[in-house]
Design a protein around this ligand. Structure first.
Ligand code: ASP
Length: 439
């Protein structure tokens, strides 16, 4: 059995954290392939090594002296090495990095050194082989991940190696230069390694015990989610509940490998299992609640709208023309509403209104700002009667005015629009009605 384990930055921020990680890996022989992030924050005022690298490289690019900030980065690693009582020396590596910075090797190269160096330390600490990800993870000329080439090279490589450390976040372009995924991309590397090694599970170790039913900044001590499907997770992450880089799902999902989100600081906790499908009933009717503030509702009215062929297309074209993406679109008989992101819309408001007038000639256009959208997500809602009724009665009891309702045809989610000011209270009311009653 093979388990791939990825550790996030906070799990590897200091020698103490490294020791916890070492214990976790040694506790299970199946944990054969390890994907580390760069050292993260040791406390809330600290700076992630990746951010230090970007800042240091920015100086190099401007031709300024970057020696002091680069030494500070080296100090971070040296304190881990000393704390673990290792003999590893990064002196040569830092000489090379300094030379490469002078040659302006690029910000991707700079940022990737965070995981690269942490990988060297990790491999030494565990006695595992170190594999430079630039030799096994590939991108095409346009910087898109090359899944086929990577899977071929990486699976062949791993087939002959019992235990290895493969740093997260980067790979190489066809010309050999280092290229990174977007921020948080070590999650993707973990998923790629899990697929290539035909792992039975991808354990993603972080600093929370998995996904929670609601945001802990809004609901104190929310219940954890034990099992969630990829689709549910996608709905919740889209609405702001992020535990994992969005793109990390694809490689393992295709291969049918579950992801287990675990907590390095609480290794006994089971965490959350992310799976393709499950017959396990969720603990409550709903799996999770998430939401975002800052939407505008563009209400468009026109008599006999429903009889006019092509009206919706013309109205939507007004948004497309101005490069505005659309979030939701509930409609009535002679009215349709388009929800858009306030920040994106504000600067283009009048252009959109005039495009709408020209293209769709509606009777009334009415704009309503400062709205929030809340997604109530759950595979269990399909078979439960009265879910919507319970949501709306909870909101009514909390004195919250519902401005919009949209239920996806998959019955996996119900989206509710409320005013920004009611956002937190609405989430709490919905959480309470399902979770506090345990139904
Ligand atoms: N170290 C990189 C970042 O801070 C990648 C990662 O941690 O996943 O974004």
């Amino acid at each position: 059995m093979v388990k791939v384990v990825k550790f996030g930055g906070s799990s590897l921020a200091s020698a103490e954290q490294f020791m916890k990680v070492g214990d976790i890996i040694r506790a299970d022989k199946a944990r054969r392939y390890v994907v580390p992030s760069a050292p993260g924050k040791r406390n809330s005022k600290d700076t992630k090594v990746t951010d230090m690298l970007y800042a240091c490289y920015a100086l190099a690019e401007e031709g300024k002296d970057f020696r002091v900030p680069l030494m500070k980065i080296k100090d971070r690693y040296d304190s881990i090495i000393n704390g673990l009582q290792l003999k590893t020396s990064l002196d040569e590596e830092f000489k090379i990095i300094s030379e490469m910075f002078k040659k302006k090797a690029g910000s991707d190269y700079a940022a990737s050194r965070g995981e690269y160096l942490n990988g060297i330390i990790m491999a030494d600490y565990l006695g595992y082989e170190f594999i430079d990800s630039a030799t096994v993870i590939f991108f095409d000329e346009n910087g898109n991940f090359d899944a086929d080439k990577t899977d071929k090279v990486l699976s062949e490589k791993l087939a002959n190696i019992e235990n290895a450390v493969i740093p997260g976040f980067y790979g190489s372009l066809p010309d050999g230069t280092v290229h990174t995924f977007s921020r948080g991309g070590s999650d993707i590397t973990g998923s790629i390694v899990a697929k290539a090694s035909r792992a039975s599970i991808y354990e993603n170790w972080t600093d929370v015990s998995g996904c929670l039913v609601a945001d802990p900044r809004i609901v104190p001590n929310p219940e954890p989610i034990r099992v969630i499907t990829y689709r549910e997770l996608r709905e919740l992450s889209y609405m702001g509940a992020s535990v994992l880089h969005e793109d990390a799902i694809f490689p393992v999902r295709k291969a049918g490998i579950p992801i287990n989100i675990r907590n390095t600081n609480d290794p006994e906790a089971e965490g959350t299992m992310i799976v393709e499908s499950t017959c396990q009933k969720p603990d409550f009717t709903i799996t999770g609640i998430a939401g975002k503030k800052g939407f505008v509702a563009v209400n468009i009215d026109k008599d006999m709208m429903n009889a006019e062929v092509g009206f919706c297309r013309k109205a939507l074209e007004a948004f497309e023309e101005n490069g505005i993406s659309i979030e939701h679109m509930p409609s009535g008989i002679d009215t349709m509403t388009v929800f858009v992101h306030q920040a994106e819309f504000e600067g283009k408001e009048q252009q959109v209104v005039s495009s709408l007038r020209r293209l769709a000639a509606p009777d009334v256009i009415d704009l309503e700002a400062d709205l929030a959208l809340i997604a109530v997500v759950g595979r269990g809602m399909k078979s439960a009667r009265g879910t919507a009724g319970r949501i709306f009665s909870a909101l009514a009891h909390a004195n919250i005015n519902v401005r919009m309702i949209d239920q996806g045809s998959s019955e996996l989610n119900i989206i509710i629009g409320v005013s920004n000011d009611d956002f937190e209270r609405a989430i709490t009311a919905i959480y309470d009605i399902f979770v506090e009653t345990r139904l």
